[in-house]
Write a protein that binds this ligand. Sequence first.
Ligand SMILES: NC(=O)c1ccc[n+]([C@@H]2O[C@H](COP(=O)([O-])OP(=O)(O)OC[C@H]3O[C@@H](n4cnc5c(N)ncnc54)[C@H](O)[C@@H]3O)[C@@H](O)[C@H]2O)c1
Ligand SMILES: N[C@@H](CCO)C(=O)O
Ligand code: NA
Length: 426
Amino acid sequence: MKPVKVGICGLGTVGGGTFNVLTENNHDIARRAGREIIIEQVGTRRPNPACDTSNTQVTDDIFAVAENPEIDILVELIGGYDVARELVLKAIENGKHVVTANKALIAVHGAEIFAAAKKAGVTVGYEAGVAGGIPVIKAIREGLAANHIERVAGIINGTGNFILTEMRDKGRDFDDVLQEAQALGYAEADPTFDVEGIDAAHKLTILSSIAYGIPLQFENCFTEGISKITRDDVQYAEELGYRIKHLGISARTSTGIDLRVHPTLVPLDNMIAKVDGVMNAVAVKGNAVNDTLFCGPGAGAGPTASAVVADIIDIAREISIEPLAFNSLEDVRVLPIEEVETGYYLRMQALDKAGVMARVASILSNNGINIEAIIQKEPAEGEILVPIIMLTHKVQEKVMNQAIAEIEDYGDINGSVTKIRVEHLN
Ligand SMILES: NC(=O)c1ccc[n+]([C@@H]2O[C@H](COP(=O)([O-])OP(=O)(O)OC[C@H]3O[C@@H](n4cnc5c(N)ncnc54)[C@H](O)[C@@H]3O)[C@@H](O)[C@H]2O)c1
Ligand SMILES: N[C@@H](CCO)C(=O)O
Ligand code: NA
């Protein structure tokens, strides 16, 4: 069989990793693909010191790769929305298959890209875009294809999980850990995508589309990041038997699809609570298989390259990667966050005087909200404010927002109430 020729655009963390995995594992890869895979050309602005490109054609014009008639598969690893979209559409127009790790591109421009690929009869692989090295797209699309999927939930941003873990275990500062995640190549070019939940929302949008056969709809995903989580919240959650994790959660409900990304209290005995550092974990519940959990490194050069190269091998083996069930997408409604039901962790600062706790409890109870646990701390030396922390049973978000507004209006509570959602994932 004739070799498959690959053009890699972008030679940064993932591009460099892909170059090296294709080179170093060349023998195993050829055996699995049934033919040799050759790096025909690399398009990059800057050389990558970790890659020996002395025997490879290198250009600084990525569009030359999309125009190169020798190339069968264009691997897009430059990141971002606009140039990447143009590059990928150009490659498809020229009859090339595409492999990308760019979840932002797929979540936002996927429908247009998949339609162009279908028309041109080529494949678009994006396994590396979701949960890095974990083959979770393949798992849902192929391994769990028999199931009616009921829920997909998990840790899908490595940088965020790394930050929360280091803050909890070593008491490190948020900014300091973020800088380390950037140096390790985990973070997005714009790290607010990681810390504000945008990257996780891109990934959850893609996972949900595959799991439920619904259109990609990033704009309908409720998104909240970890930037407001304090070390106190992390510690109080642990005292209550929970761990704060940044989760993407999507589920079918009787009224629509629940689609949201936010910091979440998870019970300490749940497997997801134990997934630390840059590791990701995705729990998928199918009606036949029941609960499954996929765990592994969510970011970094090697793990992400592992997924990129797996897609290249599938294409070389002529396994067509059907991006989404094009002809049968169901337009199911996505629930607005106000209609979502969860438990809540609440933290507030109260004046240290009699009756305050009773008043807060009565506001919650008048709104039909049941309290599961309360912690009231001693005031610090010379302080007149004491923190009150509460856990509630499940209630609709709009009811909780109403109760919080009443608590914040009450004169003996200082400032705003911190609210973090709780999920038992069972
Ligand atoms: N880093 C990870 O762990 C990881 C994991 C999964 C997915 N991703 C995704 O992979 C993609 C690449 O991420 P990365 O971390 O490797 O980024 P990076 O910044 O390390 O690498 C991108 C490279 O592309 C080059 N580039 C960008 N625009 C270019 C242009 N117009 N012409 C020529 N070169 C250009 C840059 O110079 C850089 O070397 C992104 O879409 C990212 O979201 C990254
Ligand atoms: N910035 C992303 C890269 C992997 O998609 C993360 O930290 O998870
Ligand atoms: Na993956």
